[in-house]
Design a protein around this ligand. Structure first.
Ligand code: ES4
Ligand code: ZN
Length: 326
């Protein structure tokens, strides 16, 4: 049996977490007051009632609107510290945070405010919680590759504090190949590469992430299972998949948590990890995601241990540091 204490007590890394998606309704209200930014909800309950999605785009519309309350570096700091504390309580000892600069710079917030807030929170988390972390700058795929290049340029003064680049937002209609050049430029700078692929998009987008973007990880990857050759390839390469069960449920990637493919991924020899994606919107942090698939799919203790081990070996930490945490 896999108890809550066992899940919590197992040291783990979180590899797929959008920091803007950790903004809880309570903090959203607090920041809305602090900054004098109106939000279209009267209460925390009303916000939570709005979190009822049929697809990725339903969620993204609400997620980008929620991010409007974020104005100053203190706001980004407070949001990230709330995440670090909550994740630490779940036994997360290392976290890789994705952030979406364009969501903020496009509404007039300086890149500096965003990143300095996140960097000060990282430092505080290390000091107070003993938690290590790193940053993944994501490009919004519904915008142009040119806009992604501008974002990469904006990040240049802080490039030593950024470990990787990612690709997120509306997947269908925005294939990885649209961003081949900017990812090549990022790789030139020594950045690691990840991309959301095969969440709503077809297996072809996962092939493109591998062959056109030369990714080090795939975020989600669920639909790769529809393609036998692709599944084989991911297994051979031991490509890390950052899987997010409660996200899959809330965004109707699966109809029922009982249908979640996590155990089929492990059985197929895929290197899967468990993550929370946007915990404030999807009903749980990383521990809740472990709990959900353990219950729904009957995962064993050994499965849970394998998933936690994958979270370290699949991290963007230097191999010696990752090995020390396993
Ligand atoms: C996201 Cl779940 C998901 N998929 C794509 N883009 C995103 N941004 C934040 N969460
Ligand atoms: Zn995601």
């Amino acid at each position: 049996t896999v108890t809550d204490d066992f899940i919590r007590g197992l040291p783990k890394a979180e590899l797929h977490l959008h920091i803007e998606g950790s903004l809880e309704p309570e903090l959203m209200f607090e920041l809305s007051k602090r900054n004098g930014i109106d939000i279209p909800y009267a209460s925390v309950e009303e916000v939570k009632a709005a979190y009822d999605f049929s697809r990725l785009q339903d969620f993204l519309d609400i997620y980008y609107a929620g991010a409007n309350v974020l104005q100053t570096r203190a706001d980004f700091h407070d949001m990230a510290m709330a995440y670090f504390r909550r994740a630490a309580a779940d036994g997360v000892i290392h976290a890789e945070l994705m952030f979406d600069p364009q969501t903020h710079t496009d509404r007039g917030i300086a890149f500096e405010e965003v990143i300095e807030g996140l960097l000060s929170a990282r430092k505080q988390a290390e000091e107070e919680l003993g938690m290590s972390s790193l940053l993944i700058l994501c490009f919004l795929r519904h915008l142009s590759e040119e806009a992604a290049f501008e974002t990469l340029k904006m990040a240049e003064p802080w490039i030593e504090h950024i470990t990787a680049v990612g690709l997120d937002s509306s997947e269908v209609g925005h294939p990885p190949i649209k961003f081949a050049q900017v990812f090549a430029a990022a790789k030139e700078k020594g950045l690691k590469i990840t991309a959301h692929a095969g969440e709503e998009g077809p297996p072809e987008y996962v092939w493109q992430a591998l062959d056109q973007l030369h990714v080090d990880r795939i975020d989600h990857g669920n639909r790769a299972l529809e393609d036998e050759k692709l599944t084989e390839r991911l297994g051979e390469e031991q490509m890390t998949l950052t899987v997010c069960p409660l996200s899959n449920l809330k965004l109707c990637v699966i109809d029922d948590i009982k249908d979640h493919p996590i155990d089929r991924m492990l059985e197929a020899g895929l290197k899967a990890t468990l993550n929370s994606d946007d915990p404030a919107y999807f009903g749980g942090y990383v521990g809740d995601n472990y709990r959900a698939v353990v219950d729904a799919r009957g995962l064993s203790r050994d499965d849970v241990i394998a998933l936690a081990r994958n979270s370290f070996t699949g991290s963007f930490l230097p191999a010696d540091k990752a090995a020390a945490l396993v």
